[in-house]
Design a protein around this ligand. Sequence first.
Ligand code: FES
Ligand code: FES
Length: 126
Amino acid sequence: MTYSKKVIDHYENPRNVGSFSNSDINVGSGLVGAPACGDVMKLQIKVNKDEIIEDACFKTYGCGSAIASSSLVTEWIIGKSLSEAESIKNTNIAEELDLPPVKIHCSILAEDAIKAAISNYRNKNK
Ligand code: FES
Ligand code: FES
């Protein structure tokens, strides 16, 4: 299969690769896996007291589309409120990256990782 230019760009120059310390109360971590292929994505957010995502990072063990999806969404969510970030749909990601049907689950992984990171942050801060 051929990847779109945008996927290749994110794959070759992934944005915001890294990790934050889980012991930081302002950090929420989401770890999700895709049963279809065994790929794993970790996405973390650093949230300020106004519930704005100040920073985000990811580590993904997976295909090019999964790496591109996670790289893209870290760019999208930095500067957004938790509720804005929560409203990102996998279809937004798939459209931006021109993902073919067999790669849709890679974008679902990224949507799920955002939601998991937000719920982890909320659980730590309630
Ligand atoms: Fe193997 Fe995604 S299916 S890396
Ligand atoms: Fe499974 Fe991309 S996450 S092939």
